[in-house]
Design a binder for this molecule. Sequence first.
Ligand SMILES: [Zn+2]
Length: 309
Amino acid sequence: MTTALAAIIKQGLRSVGYYRRALAHMSLPGVAVLCYHGIRDDDRASGTIPLDYLHMPASTFEGHCRIIRECCDPISLDDWRAALNAGVPLPKRPVLITFDDGYRSVLTNAAPILAAHSLPATVFVCTGPMRTRQLLWFDYVGARDGDAVVQAWKDRDYESWSNAYSEMPRIDEGDPRALMTPDELATLAAMSGIEIGGHTVRHPILARASASDQRWEIEQNCRDIEQWTGKPARAFAYPNGRPGVDYNADTLAILRDAGVDMAFTTRSSFAQADEPCLERSRFFMLSDTSDAELAHRLAYSWSPELMRA
Ligand SMILES: [Zn+2]
């Protein structure tokens, strides 16, 4: 079957309520932690934003929120902590929504949709470019030099990467890839159900940095978040996020020292009970993932051995 035909069939199944009924009889094998980035205006056509697979159209995200609200049991990180620390059982189909990097569009486009569906979310932010009003380095380098050069920057050691980083210009505030300002982050943090977590100051590959450089990237990021929002950062997402590749044992020790109790990788799996709290799995959400595709993955393709209740 072609991908296009499969998409049409999945959309048809979604429209007749098939996935809702199927999921109602299932328990997920762990928490489905969904990893989003930016949420773009619908009138910004595909291909008009560099790395646009990171920026999901608002209407697509709205469809995801309907699936999560209608077919699953949305949870906050505090719900999850209560399950771990106080024995409050998690619901049968727990889903946690997360956003990485700190794009302004999370405040302007995602937050109103989340609020309309009463959905909690955790937002992991890089406070350095928020303060200095620059693009994230990979957004700048990717648009200027292409993906291969972004990869070359990821392969540099921290000092060489840091020297190259210092050349970035200030942002055009109308750019759809702009990050929130500190004041905007405070506004988002004050919204019901929103938790702000760390994502380092400047989005380095932590495994390429010394322990002391990693400590600065993590601790300064946590200090910024607490200063700007009035709340400590208790959660964290690793830049790039591949276990055993993009961070190391020093990173875990620094996070523990900083009081972080939940940290998230980009390993693609349900976050199951036997996973370490500082190495939780997530599902990466590309911008062209339809609501029907999300429902299909939750019910079938992410886990062939789902428990049927
Ligand atoms: Zn990131």
